[in-house]
Design a protein around this ligand. Structure first.
Ligand code: ADP
Length: 353
């Protein structure tokens, strides 16, 4: 319990102290379900299972080695779509994507020159703070928790830690600390903001933000996701006003029935088919404090925030920036803290902590 007012930095230190005293186990409910996919499974089966259970990623298990084999995420499916779009016909693409087995996905990623998801994992009893340091380093944005079976010595996947779960946990349990995170998100540089573009060959008015309009095709949006390693784009009108947000999960729900031709739809048409589960676009102003962001995380299902100009701006609702959960995690944990532990150097990202 905190009894006196803290400065922003003291509050950050207090939060880090809290995370050091907890483990990943503390973040999970007493009972939960875990979907693990065999690497021999076909992509179509894997997608069906994920949609059935409402998950957007799952750890892969290699039965022949009896080992964890990386994470299968929505981003992998986006890469698959990219790859096949360029190499086959629509019909061929749909058939191939679905016949493809999960273990071959790494070959596609090599062909596309995108980095493979790291095989990073963490023991569930390690301090949550250490798990968070790993989370901000993995572009899979999720960290499998792996224990050892005491009888066989074999690996056991316990669960998967996500940025969303950690931030929700902090928002729910550390209100007495987060209330002192009073600096504004823009002041703190949390997120990616529209800024001056000095590159004459780049005519993006929202530089460096990737955006789309209602007329952009879903395929072009998927291309931005794959190429830029992002998971959402704000949808803007011709005045720069934010109308909506299109996310990687939207692409997956669109192609769930093998209707890959749906990628030819434009955003406006695709939004009509959006999952009923869509939590809505969460916005904030650049002047909002980090504390206000935690209040939003506490009460809403926040996967990212779109930063829009407030009522005091000549153009209220104008796109100003995007704040992802990884941006918030980095602000909490710090950027350049070297990873400690035996054998885990700055590049040793493929080892378990
Ligand atoms: P997360 O890292 O939480 O999964 P993203 O993959 O969307 O979320 O974001 C990765 C990084 O890219 C973040 O630093 C974020 O600020 C930035 N980013 C997010 N969306 C966009 C966008 N549309 N254009 C440019 N940068 C973005």
């Amino acid at each position: 319990m905190i009894h006196r007012a803290l400065t922003h930095n003291e509050a950050l230190e207090a939060l880090r102290g809290f995370l050091k005293e907890r483990s990943s186990y503390d973040v999970f409910p007493v009972s939960f379900r875990l979907i693990v996919l065999d690497t021999q499974l076909k992509v179509k089966k894997a997608l069906d299972v994920m949609l059935l259970y409402g998950v957007v990623s799952a750890p892969l298990w290699n039965t022949s080695t009896a080992k964890f084999a990386g994470m299968f995420t929505v981003q992998d499916v986006i890469h698959l779509i990219q790859y096949y779009y360029h190499t086959s016909s629509w019909e061929g693409a749909a058939a191939d994507v679905e016949q493809f087995r999960l273990h071959s996905i790494r070959d596609i990623e090599k062909a596309l020159s995108v980095p493979p998801p790291p095989l990073l994992s963490v023991h569930p009893l390690r301090p949550l703070y250490d798990a968070c340091r790993y989370l901000i380093r993995t572009h899979a944005r999720r960290l499998p928790l792996i224990d050892k079976d005491t009888q066989t010595g074999g690996e056991v996947v316990i669960s998967v830690l996500t940025q969303y779960r950690v931030l929700k946990f902090i928002a729910m349990n550390c209100r007495d600390i987060t209330q002192y995170l009073t600096a504004s998100v823009q002041e703190l540089g949390i997120g990616t903001y529209v800024s001056k573009n000095d590159d004459p060959s780049n005519d993006n008015p929202y530089y460096p933000l990737a955006t789309a309009t209602m007329q952009t095709t879903v395929f072009d949006v998927a291309h931005m996701f794959s190429e830029q390693g992002i998971s959402a784009v704000p949808i803007v009108d011709d005045q720069g006003k934010v109308l909506n947000l299109y996310e990687t999960v939207d692409v997956i729900t669109l192609v769930r029935n093998g209707a890959y031709t749906a990628l030819d739809l434009n955003v406006s048409q695709a939004l009509k088919q959006r999952s009923v589960d869509f939590a809505g676009v969460v916005t904030c102003s650049p002047k909002d404090s980090l504390s206000a962001i935690f209040s939003l995380i506490r009460i809403r299902r926040v996967h990212r925030l779109v930063v829009v100009a407030g009522q005091d701006d000549p153009q209220p609702g104008r796109l100003v920036g995007v704040i992802s959960l990884s941006d918030i995690m980095r602000a909490l944990i710090g950027h350049d803290i070297p990873l400690g532990g035996a054998g885990v150097g700055a590049k040793g990202v493929d080892k378990a902590l």
